[in-house]
Design a protein around this ligand. Structure first.
Ligand code: DNO
Length: 342
């Protein structure tokens, strides 16, 4: 496996020097953040990321994310040109040595939480999700704004978008995903890139919006849409693990060869559709991290792993989920489990 770490670019309070000091660290996971969604990334911006990583002995070979424009998910007349632009990004990234691209196909919102800083008794805080609280918020009335989302929506724009999705049920979303994959997967293969779709987080529909990358049945269906190794998964344990019906080690075995990127983190399930994020250690939460690593090891996984969201500990302030300290502890724990299953 190749150990990696997400870095939000030169404005990230976590520096590449700090990342490079984590034992076993190899790859930087990043993206070009100043091109609007749907645009083509300038070659110089891609090169700047590679150069910055190389200056710290790291490799920039994983992108998270090349975002998918809403018009593609909606399958509108603008979709074909936007898909062409997406493919052009893949060609440019391939030329720059990128091997894996993570993306998602969640309508309107990316990951969703009800609390970005839930306090734990030990003084740390972490991201939390409580469906009852989430359902009290009404996005069409400006009742909610969370990071991780496209913050460029105006309230009117958001309302209009939500209304357009009312006509798009799951069946149409699957069709639009299929159209996207039929163009993008061959382009990725030609560019030497493996595509890794990120599961929906949490893995169920919300606010009436369809969500389809959620469980084994749907992942089976997804992988068959374009049955090529380049059409693969980001196996995010925290996302898929929020549904206790998902047997994570069994799914890892089932998808041998199709998992290109693993996001490892632990969550504590405290009720139906209610959970909070915890330290990576198995005993801190509801997921058996050792069994997850063992399944990856036994299926010959040689893709990228990154510690995922961490808590805020030791007084660190920063981007929720993406501080240095707890993610570095997560990386050390992953290294330990990996070494122990040698
Ligand atoms: C959250 C991340 C997601 C992920 C995207 C991939 O922290 O795991 O935002 O990057 O869904 O497209």
């Amino acid at each position: 496996m190749k150990l990696s770490f997400r870095w939000y670019g030169p404005h990230d309070p976590v520096t590449l020097e700090q990342i490079a000091q984590i034992p076993g660290m190899r790859s930087v996971v990043s993206a070009v953040y100043d091109t609007p969604v749907g645009g083509v990334w300038p070659r110089e911006s891609i090169k700047a990321l590679s150069d910055a990583a190389a200056a710290h002995g790291l490799v920039f070979d994983v992108v998270e994310s090349v975002p998918v424009h809403e018009e593609i998910k909606l399958g509108s007349p603008e979709a074909p040109a936007l898909i062409d632009a997406y493919c052009e990004n893949l060609r440019r990234l391939g030329e720059a040595g990128v091997k894996c691209v993570c993306y998602n196909f969640m309508p309107v919102f990316d990951w969703l939480r009800s609390d970005l800083a839930r306090k734990a008794p030990d003084g740390s805080n972490s991201l939390a999700y409580d469906e009852a609280t989430v359902l009290l918020m009404n996005p069409a009335e400006g009742g909610l704004s969370l990071p991780g989302w496209d913050e460029s929506y105006t309230l009117d724009g958001l309302r209009a978008l939500l209304a357009r999705y009312e006509a798009i049920g799951e069946t149409q979303l699957w069709r639009n995903l299929h159209t996207f994959l039929e163009a993008v997967i061959p382009a990725a293969a030609g560019a030497g890139i493996k595509m890794a779709i990120h599961p929906d987080d949490p893995p169920w529909g919300i606010f009436g919006l369809p969500r389809i990358i959620t469980n084994q049945e749907n992942l089976d269906k997804f992988l068959k849409l374009v049955d090529m190794p380049e059409n693969g998964l980001t196996f995010c344990t925290g996302s898929l693990g929020a549904d206790p019906a998902n047997d994570l080690p069994a799914m890892i075995r089932r998808y041998e060869g199709r998992i290109h990127f693993a996001h490892l983190r632990n969550i504590k399930l405290t009720g139906d559709r209610c959970f909070h994020e915890v330290g990576h250690l198995s005993s801190c939460g509801s997921l058996d991290m050792a069994a997850i690593i063992r399944a990856l090891k036994e299926t010959g996984f040689d893709g990228y792993i990154r510690p995922d969201h961490g808590r805020m500990i030791w007084g660190e302030q920063g981007k929720p989920g993406y501080g240095l300290f707890d993610r570095a502890l997560g990386a050390a724990y992953i290294n330990g489990l990996w070494e122990a299953t040698r």
